[in-house]
Design a protein around this ligand. Sequence first.
Ligand SMILES: [Zn+2]
Length: 411
Amino acid sequence: MKKKQALKTILALVFGTAMASASAAATDPALLDAARTQQASLLSTLKDLVLIESGSADGPGLLRVADYAERRLKELGAAVERRQATKGPGSIVIGSLKGKGSKRFMLMAHMDTVYQSGILATQPHRVDGNRVYGPGIADDKSGVALILHTIEMLKKTGWSDYAQITVVFNPDEEVGSPGSGELIAALAAEHDFVFSCEPNGDGYEGLLMATSGVATATMTVKGRASHAGFEPKAGRNALIELSHQLVQTQDIKVPGAQLNWTHAEAGLARNQIPASATATGDVRLASADGGPRLQEALREKVRTALVPDTETTVEVSVGTPPFIATDAARAWAVRAQAIYGELDRKLNLYPASGGASDAAWAGRSGKAVVLECFALSSGGTHGKNEYIAIDSIVPRLYLLGRMMKEAGAAK
Ligand SMILES: [Zn+2]
């Protein structure tokens, strides 16, 4: 409760003026009607998707869900291309539609889930009141379904005020997009708007304004081996040196980066002075230059050795970059709040989240307006009771559809 209150205060401070002007405008009744007519078919698409298990390591499952997505995109009139992920199993499905307007849109969602093969036996697809349960139903099959049905809805209303709509479905978001992140970054840079469709929280719907990046710090110490009993002094103990370096770097302060050493290894045998030792650390990034800065600061620190003749090296490698909404994206997020207000629903703008997402890849070049979290309201993601809220389908379709219409018509 306290946390919510604090968040509200921050939001009011950051977005105060904008929120005041984001009052309810006139709804788009034709679009709202079109959204309502999509609800039943979206639910059936979602069921199809959930019944195809597609964990990040499940090559055949990822292939089947990609085949399904490709077929559905083709039915919508899209030209579809498949690209093999550069690392890991699965392929990336890229659909493209040409319109008569001037803006280029990219819509993205991921096809993989965190679940192991066979999960449907214990966590089946089931409907209970306003909720539909199933593994991956929210994260992120609701994103895939929302994109397919937003396009269908817009087509049915006759909207063609776009130059290009590119749909990207990738197979590896849950493991940091090692085989699709670079492609997402490159494609996003060629678009005006990227709307990323990760799920929303049930009861706290919103758009994410920032996510932290994730990096790995690796510290390696080279020493010299010797017999631990006969001539320990002839050795150079890499384990002792590593311990020294961990202690002296544990509280390192660098703007935009947070480091915690989490794993270490050293030594081969009890009776040998260890010649090498390695530690890895978890790094969270709040700014794009946080990783390089941290690496520089660590390298400076480790110059002071405890054990003579040892050599310590440090590497910080960035896995997922951080996502920070640009000023232009923030302005569009405020538009989204006004659109949601048309349905008497509240849309929060969340300043930051500990999680990472593909919005970070899409936003890397800073060229496109990138917004995250357009998919359905949900709960229990990555857990035993993952669900989507049925009553969020129409509002979410309306929100994304209306954002595209407004953005398409923008100067
Ligand atoms: Zn996700």
